[in-house]
Design a protein around this ligand. Structure first.
Ligand SMILES: Nc1ncnc2c1ncn2[C@@H]1O[C@H](COP(=O)(O)OP(=O)(O)O)[C@@H](O)[C@H]1O
Ligand SMILES: [Mg+2]
Length: 264
């Protein structure tokens, strides 16, 4: 018997009232994949991440994590980094990273004590050094640049050793040079930690450069219904691993056209 996929969706749909956002979403993601998710805005990309995170339950279908039905609550096995504001403004950089260990290790008080606290602080300090924030341990998020805040958010997610790291346009607000540095960092962390990553981006180049697989979400049917009656689904699934067939340029051009021109 082969091991179950890390993440498995079968015929998943999300509907709000009579509005269908996602439908017929089926996929299997293997451990160690770096999955990029693209699609026009409103295509349900963030909804897809919220499903994996357990912040949202599907209206129908099945989601499994490591062969088990997904727990309906976010837990430490799934880390998340949003485009902005995923760190706590009232905590220093160090405390932002220690916070998760505090909550996991001392659920009643929310604060570890003594040697366990010291060990947590040491672990957080090492991780902050790894993401390039050694000099910023005592600074608050408002004192950090956008790129530094995203480094902090990544450290905050990684300290929990998530089985899957979810990134929702994590570099979208950053300047091109900073973005490039972040691409290097996330690729290194992915390798070093053997992570499985699902990253939403509106940047096709970023998607294809970083990913081992690119999923494109879109509405498959274009009836004259104002787009309300049908949900988005996975319209393209490009494997980019070694040995995968090259991506057809015509398909890529179609995909480019479908992404919002103002977001491309
Ligand atoms: N809680 C909700 N209630 C109603 N509609 C929602 C809710 N969350 C998202 N939507 C709608 O679902 C669609 C997909 O949203 P989202 O997943 O944020 O898309 P994307 O991230 O691809 O831009 C949008 O049209 C949005 O308005
Ligand atoms: Mg979104």
């Amino acid at each position: 018997m082969t091991a179950p996929s890390l993440l498995y969706f079968r015929d998943v749909a999300v509907q709000y009232g009579d509005r269908i956002v996602l439908e017929q979403v089926s996929l299997a993601v293997e451990q160690g994949a770096f999955v990029s998710v693209v699609g026009p805005s409103g295509a349900g990309k963030s909804t897809f991440l919220r499903l994996i995170l357990g912040q949202e339950a599907p209206s129908r279908g099945v989601i499994h994590l490591e062969g088990e039905p997904l727990a309906a609550e976010p837990d430490r096995h799934r880390g998340v980094v949003f485009q902005r504001y995923s760190v706590f403004p009232h905590l220093s950089a160090l405390d932002n990273v220690v916070f998760g260990l505090d909550c996991a290790g001392a659920p009643l008080t929310g604060r570890l004590r003594g040697p366990r606290r010291a060990a947590a602080a040491e672990e957080a300090t090492a991780l902050l050094a790894r993401v390039g924030l050694s000099h910023a341990l005592d600074l608050y998020p408002a004192q950090l640049s956008g790129g530094m805040q995203q480094r902090l958010a990544i450290a905050q997610a990684l300290i929990m050793k998530p089985r899957i790291l979810l990134l929702d346009e994590p570099f979208g607000a950053l300047d091109p040079g900073v973005r490039k540095d972040m691409h290097g960092l996330i690729t290194e962390l992915w390798r070093e930690h053997g992570l499985t990553i699902v990253m939403v981006t509106h940047d096709l180049k970023e998607a294809f450069t970083l990913g081992t697989r690119v999923l494109a979400f879109d509405k498959p049917r274009h009836f004259d219904d104002g787009g309300r009656a049908y949900g988005s689904t996975i319209v393209y699934d490009f494997p980019l691993d070694k040995g995968a067939p090259p991506v057809d340029p015509a398909t890529l051009a179609t995909l480019k056209d479908r992404l919002d021109p103002d977001q491309a």
